[in-house]
Design a binder for this molecule. Structure first.
Ligand code: ADP
Ligand code: MG
Ligand code: ZN
Length: 605
């Protein structure tokens, strides 16, 4: 709308300019003095006229004294008729030079037609500009159907990613080495009658390096790489997704061998016919088109379709059939060795101080994904730069770990003395209970500096990576979660809103113990409820009950029982260890932060 306005203004301005030019021209032409017709005849009669010029309807006479006068005559009357009408002596006419000029072509027409044509010209001009606007919009609408896939030419050495850049994930790399071989040397496999795999599905938590690994395969095999994200298929208009898929594969076929990478395929590849989510028709069409394309190309066509998802369980079974994404490559979250290796890859470009041991950082970051680790080192480097240090120090890294884990520190968030005391007791409660319960993780740090959402925090880290959790760990965890609440209640006789998040987490965990892990003796070894997911939020949205109302009540009771028991344990510990609790609180109020060693010293004192 704005550009339309602008165009129109430009048009108007140029029109005004033109008009003023015309009027200027008119001025120069009217050096001649307009007179009445009979004045010209008189001039001819008394022989003061030197020459007469007839151009169209205009009669112009140049007088002896150089003056030019002009008058209009009727179009049908010639000069001789006029002379006759005015009783002019024809002999006198012969004495003057008579010039008959064709009315000067363009000017004549313009001056005659412009008044009529002008409105039309303006109108046409306006319509033209309007139509250009609309066409622009149309062009945009048409290009919707084209795929937005970005082709990165991995033959470009500089931006090339190879397996070297992907640390850890050994098994995945081994499997994908095969794909690289297919792309490099298909004939070897075809000669043996082997069918080249068409689709490879990368499965792993967010940030485990799926996108990176797909790129690395293209880099290793030195082939073109088409990258599109599943969510880009889903647009407002039905049919766009399908046409994008078509376009994508058409382009890919032109540059074989290549890899087509569909990132986050669960955005389109969810089970069809679940009826959830408004545009599910659209997803269905897009998905169908992907299947059609994958089935369509010859087994000898050297295109390998890779896709990534963190939710293989929601994918449509049709995607996973042989001949489609039948190869699955799992990317596990990195263990401590992988984490060290990933840190090494990303530390390459950063000058680290000699006291930074990547192993230490790896030890302190269980549960971090590759992306988290990359982010961590980046934050550390930014922090070092902020303090104008030439190197990244250990403290930068440690600070960055907490920042990635819990959000940025909010030093300016000043607590009042009372709030400080409450927060100290709350965190001390967590720390104390965590310390004394045998199956809880050891305390790494206690702090009452607010960070992210929390007013304070207690950092607990497992001694080693855990892939499985036992019931007794969960039960102790519940006690630790509720300890902040219990401590507040114990000391101040009432609780604050500070424990809200703890309660939420604890309740969710207790519910999981009962309904998902089968850890409640009373409810027995079974799960309760089937979760459906809302497509766009990817969150648990509706739970399909597969149990009766009575069971629901029993579940609620079990959840409450777990929570109450855990709370009791925390409360008892806090009462019994009140002296230790107070000493933690005093240290916290004084120093705000307690590192692991300081905390341990307090506990053994
Ligand atoms: P995903 O696609 O699985 O969500 P990405 O491939 O986008 O994860 O990873 C995000 C970033 O994390 C990468 O660009 C890379 O810097 C880093 N990263 C993740 N995994 C690894 C890994 N195994 N080795 C090195 N860097 C990694
Ligand atoms: Mg990704
Ligand atoms: Zn808490």
């Amino acid at each position: 709308m704005r550009t339309m306005m602008k165009n129109f203004l430009i048009f108007l301005a140029s029109f005004l300019l033109l008009a003023s030019l015309f009027s200027l021209y008119d001025y120069s032409a009217s050096k001649t003095e307009p007179v009445s017709l009979d004045q010209i005849i008189t001039a001819l009669d008394n022989e003061t006229a030197k020459s007469v010029e007839i151009s169209g309807n205009e009669l112009r006479a140049t007088l002896v004294d150089g003056k030019i006068i002009s008058a209009n005559k009727e179009a049908s009357d010639s000069l001789s008729t006029l002379a006759k009408n005015y009783n002019l002596d024809p002999a006198k006419l012969k004495k003057v030079k008579i010039e008959i000029k064709e009315p000067s072509g363009l000017m004549y027409w313009l001056s005659n037609l412009l008044p009529f044509l002008l409105p039309f010209i303006i109108l046409i001009g306006f319509i033209y500009f309007m139509s250009r606007q609309i066409q622009g919009a149309n062009m945009k609408a048409l290009s919707f159907g084209q795929s937005r896939a970005r082709e990165s030419n991995s033959r470009d050495k500089k931006s090339q990613v190879t397996f070297k850049d992907v640390a850890g994930v050994k098994e995945a790399k081994q499997e994908l080495q095969e794909v690289v071989d297919f792309l490099k040397n298909p004939q070897k496999f075809l000669n043996l009658g082997a069918r080249i795999p068409k689709g490879v599905l990368l499965v792993g938590q967010p940030g485990t390096g799926k996108t990176l690994l797909a790129r690395a395969v293209a880099g290793e095999a030195n082939v073109a790489f088409f990258h599109i994200s599943g969510s880009e298929f889903v647009e407002m208009f039905v049919g766009v997704g399908a046409s994008r898929v078509r376009d994508l594969f058409t382009r890919a076929k032109k540059s074989t061998p290549c890899i087509v990478f569909i990132d986050e395929i669960d955005a389109v590849g969810r089970q069809r016919g679940t009826g959830l989510g408004g545009s599910h028709d659209e997803r269905e069409q897009t998905l169908n088109q992907i299947l059609v394309e994958m089935d369509g190309f010859e087994p000898t066509t050297n295109i390998i379709v890779m896709a990534a998802t963190n939710r293989p369980d929601v994918l449509d079974p049709a995607l996973l059939r042989p001949g489609r994404f039948d190869r699955r490559v799992m990317l596990d979250p990195p263990d401590i060795n992988d984490r060290e290796a990933i840190l090494k890859v990303h530390a390459n470009s950063k000058p680290l101080a000699s006291d930074v041991k990547l192993r230490t950082i790896a030890e302190r970051t269980p549960g971090f994904s590759g992306a988290d680790l990359a982010n961590l080192l980046n934050e550390a480097a930014i922090r070092a730069a902020r303090f104008n240090r030439p190197q990244v120090l250990l403290e930068d890294c440690l600070e960055a770990i907490e920042k990635v884990m819990l959000g940025p520190e909010r030093k300016s968030h000043i607590l009042s003395d009372k709030e400080k005391k409450i927060t100290a007791y709350h965190e001390a409660g967590h720390a104390l209970v965590s310390h004394f319960l045998p199956n809880a993780d050891p305390v790494h740090k206690v702090s009452i500096i607010s960070r992210g959402q929390a007013a304070g925090y207690t950092l607990k880290l497992p001694l080693e990576d855990k892939y499985m959790h036992t019931k007794s760990e969960f039960v102790d965890d519940l006690s630790v979660m509720l300890a902040g609440h219990a401590a507040e209640q114990e000391i101040f006789g009432e609780v604050t809103t500070g424990a809200q998040n703890d309660l939420k987490q604890a309740t969710r965990l207790a519910r999981k113990l009962v309904t998902e892990y089968g850890m409640s003796d009373k409810m027995g070894p079974r799960t309760f409820g089937q979760k459906e997911e809302l497509i766009f939020l990817g969150r648990e949205i509706s739970e399909q009950r597969d149990y009766s109302d009575q069971t629901a009540q029993a579940i609620d009771e079990e959840v409450s029982r777990f929570l109450r028991t855990a709370y009791k344990v925390a409360q008892t510990l806090i009462r019994k260890q009140r002296a230790k609790l107070d000493s933690i609180v005093n240290a916290l109020v004084e120093r705000e932060v307690l590192e692991r060693e300081e905390f341990a010293k307090l506990m053994t004192a």
